[in-house]
Ligand binder design. Sequence first.
Ligand code: GCO
Ligand code: MG
Length: 391
Amino acid sequence: METIKNIEIYELGSPEEKSSPWSSTILILKLTSSDGRVGFGEAPTTMMTLPVKESMNEVARVFQGKNYFDIEKNLRDYYRNAFYVAKSVEETAALSAFEIASWDLIGKNLGSPIYNLLGGRFNEKIRGYANGWYSDCVSPEDFVSKAKSLVSRGYSAFKFDPFGSNYDKITVDGVKKAQEIVAQMRSSLGEGVDLLIECHGRFSPKYAIMAGKALEEYNPLFIEEPIHPELERFLPEFRARVDIPVALGERLLNKEDFARYISDGMVDVIQPDLTNSKGILEAKKIGAIAESFGISVAYHNAFGPVQTAATLNVDYTLPNFLIQESFEESWPSWKKNLFTGYSVENGTMALSGKPGLGIEVNEKLLENSKVSGMEPLGTEPPWVVSGTFKP
Ligand SMILES: O=C(O)[C@H](O)[C@@H](O)[C@H](O)[C@H](O)CO
Ligand SMILES: [Mg+2]
C-alpha cells in the first residue's frame, strides 16, 4: 500500500511582494510517500496564515499513514471527526492542501498528468486574464498605460478594482471615478479586450447596484463579488437590476455552497478556489454542477504556483471553462522560480504534461524562502492590490 509517510508545512514569503499583499506569505505542503515520491499542495493565507497552518497540523493527524489514492475516504474521515468544517475556511483550506498533494502523488505513481485522470484535455488553450497588474494605479491614465504594456505581451483580459477606498457605500464622485477608469480602459483597449470588474465584496446592496449600473455600458465580462459576502440574499435583486453577469465563489467552501448559490439564482459565473474548497476532485464536481445549470467557471487563483498548477489541471478538462486568473506577471522572482513546469505566455497558460501536477520544486528556494508569522498589515486592507485603496 502506498501511504503518506512524511508531512512538511512550509510558510514562505518575502517583504518585496508588492502587488498582492494577501499572498506575500504562502503555505506549501510537502508530502513524502512510503514509495519515495513527493507531492505538493497549497493553502491560502490572507490574514489567516497561522490559523490555516495550525489547521494543517490537525488535518495531518488524519492523513498521516493513509493510502494517498483514497481521496474520497480520507476527506470523509476528516469530515466525520470535524465539527465546524462546513463553515471553517481554515479547515477546508488545510484539507485542500492535502487533497492536492495526494493527487500529485497519485499522478506521479501512475506516470500521468492529473488532467488525464479527470477526463482528459477538453480545452487545448487556457486563456488567462491578468490580475495584480495595477498596483499604484489611481487615475484612468495609470490603469490604461499599465494595461497597454500587458496587451503588448499578449494579454487580452484584465481584472481590476476601480473603486479606490470606497467601502460599504460609494459616493457620487466614487462612481464617477470608477466609470472614468472603466470607460478609458474600454476606449483605449478596444472591444477585443475583456474587462473584469472586481468589487472584493465591499458594498452594501444599494450602493453595489448604483456602482454596477454605472458600468453596464462598457460591457464588462463580469462584475465580481459586488455585495458583502454574507449579504448573498440580495444578489438576485442585483442581478435583476444590473445588466452585467455576476461572478463569485472565492469564499465558498464546498460543492453544496455552490449548488445553493447556483440554484438560488445568485450567480452567473462561478469562481471556486481549489485551495479552499477542498481541492481538485471537488473542483471538478463543482464544475459539473455548474455545467448542468449552463453556468461557466473561472477558477479563482490568487496565491502561489502549486495553486496555479492544480487549477490548470482542472481547467484543461472542463467543457464549461471560461477564463483563468493569473497573478504570475506581478510575482516577485522567488515565487516565479519556486516551481517550474507551467508557462504563462502571450496571455495563454499551459502545463508541461509531466506526471502529477506537472511541476518541479527548486529545493534551495523552498528552504531559503521560509518565514514565520503573519503577513504584514499596512494602512491598506491586505486584500487590495497595493497602492490602490485611495480616495
Ligand atoms: O479575485 C481575486 O483574485 C481576489 O479577490 C483577490 O484580489 C483577493 O484580494 C485575495 O484573493 C484575497 O485573499
Ligand atoms: Mg476576487
